[in-house]
Write a protein that binds this ligand. Sequence first.
Ligand SMILES: Nc1nc2c(c(=O)[nH]1)N[C@H]1C(S)=C(S)[C@@H](COP(=O)(O)OP(=O)(O)OC[C@H]3O[C@@H](n4cnc5c(=O)[nH]c(N)nc54)[C@H](O)[C@@H]3O)O[C@H]1N2
Ligand SMILES: Nc1nc2c(c(=O)[nH]1)N[C@H]1C(S)=C(S)[C@@H](COP(=O)(O)OP(=O)(O)OC[C@H]3O[C@@H](n4cnc5c(=O)[nH]c(N)nc54)[C@H](O)[C@@H]3O)O[C@H]1N2
Ligand code: SF4
Ligand SMILES: [Mo]
Length: 674
Amino acid sequence: MSGELKVLGACPLDCPDTCSWVVTVRDGEAVKMRGNPDHPYTRGALCVKVNRYLEQTRAPDRILHPLRRTGPKGSGQFERISWEEALEEISVRLRGIVEEHGGEAIWPYQGTGTLGYLQGCEGVAGRRFWNMLGASRHWLNICSAAGTSGLRLTNGTAGGMDPENFAQSRLILLWGTNTLTSGHHLWKFVQDARAEGAHVVAIDPIRTRTADQADQHLAIRPGTDAALALGLLNVVLAEGAQDEDFLARHTDGWESFRAEILKYPVETAAEITGIPAADIHSLGMRLAHTRPTAIRATMGIQRHEGGGTAMRTIAAIPAVTGDWRHPGGGVAYSTSDHVHVNIDTRDDLLAKPVRTLTMTRLASELADPDSVKCLWVYGANPVGSTSDSNRIRRGLMRDDLFTVVMEQFPTDTVDYADIVLPATMQTEHMDLHAGYGHLYLLWNEPATPPPGECLSTTETFRRLAAHMGMTEPSLFDTDLELAENLLSSGHSSLEGITVDRLRKEGWVRMNYPDPFTPHADGFPTRSGRLRFPPPGKAYVPSLSARTAGRGPYPLTLITPAPHTFLNTTFGNNPELRRRAKEPVVLVNPADARARRLSDGQRVRVHNAGGGFLADVEISDRVAPGVVASPKGRWPKLSPGGANPNTVVAERDADLGRGAVYHDNLVELSPCAGP
Ligand SMILES: Nc1nc2c(c(=O)[nH]1)N[C@H]1C(S)=C(S)[C@@H](COP(=O)(O)OP(=O)(O)OC[C@H]3O[C@@H](n4cnc5c(=O)[nH]c(N)nc54)[C@H](O)[C@@H]3O)O[C@H]1N2
Ligand SMILES: Nc1nc2c(c(=O)[nH]1)N[C@H]1C(S)=C(S)[C@@H](COP(=O)(O)OP(=O)(O)OC[C@H]3O[C@@H](n4cnc5c(=O)[nH]c(N)nc54)[C@H](O)[C@@H]3O)O[C@H]1N2
Ligand code: SF4
Ligand SMILES: [Mo]
């Protein structure tokens, strides 16, 4: 093939912005990737990570062939085998496990490596095949489950504002979200609002790069957000600024919630949150008198024991102020619940109902030899990203466990695989995407053929089904058929959106009005009304909020999104690693002094679960008692071979069994080590 071609695609990563990209293909090779200038949310820019995507597709450590383990588990020693051999060995092992232990002993463990509806966790990838074997289901609670549950309890849906409408807001609360790192395309709309006079407040225990750019930063004590929400609403009530008409028409439980708010005067909220009462009062005054107010809350808030309730109570704010009436008012957490595609996993193929295994409970499930006999990992790197990773490693060492990993790169998880299957990257396979921070559907057309013997997830499962002699026709649906089926839900938001159109145009906005006021006339609950949190349930303090400062592990550790990696994706990219430098832990000067730690000194951050190494960065970006070290490092590329998930416990958040990545207690000890 000669000549130059432009191919439209979509960023597959777990990021709210789901960018539209344009790949230039010259003589069959992808030579350039750019943000699509025509896409209203992408606006021509990708990000520091994905600017290196093409480089990653050609990286020398890319896995290009099926592999079989030759060394001990964990050693990462493999030999190359053919697809035929891999499929045969897998078929024999899966059949044996199903016969001896039942299908539920198989755990298809799928992460957020791609959010594609075909190849990734949002859709059908593999599930029909797993249903034929009666494999366990998988509860992807690792990311946003607590907040989603909290919002659904309150609003009946987690889908709130269209982030583009932030341009019309006049008060913007960036609440537990590091926008400039974890989804920077919103910033343009924040700036548009600012140009019209909007006031921007960051509410975050860390003075992040986003907080630096905001008009005001409130350094909240971790895990106390619901108390702040109640304190702010207390001021709104004192001002008589509640929207009585909206409350009467569209909410349930207002009287008891009002009583709850009255228990949190600003002084009480100040004591709980560590934010000066004057600051809570002045923000409460702004909230009372500024319409529209937009709250951007993403996942940071809910990675805590009380995180589901925090989102639930924050979601009550725009119902009290009536902000949902106005374009530019409300809460934006995730737009996922606005996407009404038809996810047809064919559960009728299951011979009997099966159990659901919880993603963050991997360590405990693997510790029980009767629970899981086959772990099938795809789009995930649990040794790097899942809680309690030292125990996960111990489980993965089990001789009787059959571990298959479908991967692009030799991650720490791959090191424990019995069989590794080479996976395509986004420029090499077809997919359908929606964003969780905007209202567009995107099409990803492959730009090049896969390198080596890499196969897409869908193709791998088609081949495996054929190899195992399965004949159920839906197992062999092509990618285009799967995509057509996804768009066939009949929901009005998808009317007129076809695969053909998406392939031609690259992206299409779903049929929602612009501006979008999803709850101006009520909520998708059974009663049509918002449900305020019940009495006594409006604030659930997190572990750290209850116990920090006491015992052998007095410091609260936050492990937020890193600027240069996306979870552990890109954790092996040399240039991004160079920019990320050595792992650091932010420590307040007072805490450093108390431990006689100096700037740049290497310490072990540890608790009963384990520990990792990082260099101290003494900084007033964190308050006394709080330390922070970003997620996303590959353990084997980190000093000491460990990352923060060694100290993250398996505990659940209060709702949705969400993970508690920012709610762990640690101590810092000097370390002479590597
Ligand atoms: N300490 C701490 N840990 C966290 C968090 C935190 O805040 N703090 N956040 C959590 C969150 S929000 C999330 S979402 C999870 C994510 O955790 P995981 O879902 O495990 O995601 P990644 O670590 O990015 O690993 C994804 C892997 O999928 C691979 N991959 C990408 N595309 C494909 C594909 O098309 N096919 C196949 N087979 N593989 C593919 C990538 O190469 C990568 O190795 O991490 C969680 N971990
Ligand atoms: N560059 C980059 N972008 C990413 C990711 C990445 O790894 N790197 N990850 C992607 C994924 S999987 C997700 S889910 C999103 C997550 O992105 P975010 O939703 O931004 O999540 P986090 O980075 O976990 O936390 C955001 C902020 O919440 C703060 N925070 C922690 N605890 C509390 C608290 O108790 N109260 C308040 N108010 N704030 C708190 C943290 O300090 C942090 O600055 O980002 C996506 N985008
Ligand atoms: S990671 Fe996010 S900001 Fe970067 S290209 Fe992908 S969708 Fe866009
Ligand atoms: Mo996530």
